[in-house]
Write a protein that binds this ligand. Structure first.
Ligand code: RIB
Length: 333
């Protein structure tokens, strides 16, 4: 078996000191030129270096350590996800959670491996899924992709039926007689959201007289708030926000602008996060079985750890419309 690369090997290849390597890997790298950071990360990749695994050996023969990577710790969808895993992990696994931005995925994975994780649940889109797959295979780390799906179905995964989710939203608004619907989506779209939108547009496209007005903003409450005036000015009588967070921000923004929900504009979110039933008006939304998703993902990665030869594991969970106060028949002129 080939000798495992050490931090010294990485340092030698990159032409820097081991301390520099450690600082770059741990992102204490503000004071390094971009070129040094790239050299170090290139050497890490070339050598397939995995930082020291003392955490793993210290844990001895206890529960497996599973790393969970999410895009945000603040978004209630992911809070529920993490809580469901934490509750379920009892006696089965120890968990470590990390949130990473798009440009931090590689560092995040390295950090997890450094902590000695035995498996991973990746609940965020991987722009370079094949590369990540190769890397994790090389390290012998099983992983489950949750809420996203990589193009080529290369790993175990749990997701919801996003296409149906989009359809359910569109049918609800069409049944209420809306003819001009604002679709609020994030500037950067994830694979699951694209599927959600496909379902939505598939239904709208069947209607001769319904128009979609696309508006891009941030996937957050502030994103929804910031865009409220634009939605009101667009003449839309309904708005579909791709998650509840945006929807909640939009409710606030419309209220600030004196626009009544649902009398003037209906608003429908997505996720059924636990704030949705407490807003005024309460938010109509689509529920994803996020609690179940977390449990299944954990079970899958543990099963894969036990038996690496298992056939591909896949779960696609149902979604459901939750009708509340924020949607109503389109206003008559
Ligand atoms: O609010 C977070 C959103 O991003 C959810 O809709 C979830 O599906 C994720 O992709």
């Amino acid at each position: 078996m080939a000798k495992k690369a050490s931090i010294k090997d990485v340092a030698a290849l990159a032409g820097v000191s081991p301390t520099t390597v450690s600082q770059v890997i741990n992102k204490k790298n503000d004071h390094f030129p971009e070129e040094t950071i790239e050299r170090v990360m290139d050497a890490v990749r070339q050598l397939g270096y995995v930082p020291n695994q003392s955490a793993k050996s210290l844990r001895g023969g206890g529960n497996p350590l599973i790393g969970v990577m999410v895009p945000s710790l603040r978004n209630p969808f992911f809070s529920d996800l993490m809580q469901s895993m934490q509750n379920h992990a009892h006696n089965l696994a120890d968990l470590v959670f990390i949130s990473v931005d798009d440009d931090e995925i590689e560092q995040g994975l390295l950090k997890m491996l450094e902590r000695g994780v035995n498996g991973l649940v990746i609940a965020r889109m991987l722009p370079n899924a094949l590369e990540v797959d190769r890397y994790l295979q090389k390290q012998g780390i099983p992983y489950v992709v949750l809420d996203q799906i990589n193009d080529s179905n290369i790993s175990d995964h749990v997701k919801t039926d996003e296409f149906t989710g989009g359809q359910v939203v569109a049918r609800h608004l069409v049944e209420l007689g809306h003819k001009k619907i604002a679709l609020l989506h994030p500037d950067v779209m994830t694979t699951n959201m694209l599927e959600r939108i496909s379902g939505f547009t598939a239904v709208i496209d069947e209607q001769a007289d319904v128009e979609i007005i696309e508006i891009a903003t941030k996937l957050s409450k502030h994103g929804g708030l910031a865009i409220a005036n634009k939605v009101a000015a667009s003449g839309a009588t309904a708005a579909f926000t791709l998650n509840d967070e945006m929807g909640i921000g939009l409710l606030r923004g419309l209220k600030n602008g004196g626009v009544r929900v649902p009398e003037d504009i209906s608003v429908i979110g997505y996720d059924n996060t636990d704030y949705a039933e407490f807003t005024v008006p309460s938010l109509t939304t689509v529920t994803q079985a996020v609690w179940r998703m977390g449990q299944l993902a954990l079970d899958m990665v543990l099963a894969r750890l036990k038996d690496p030869a298992l056939p591909m594991q896949e779960e696609i969970l149902d979604v459901r419309l939750i009708q509340r106060e924020s949607t109503a028949p389109a206003p008559t002129k």
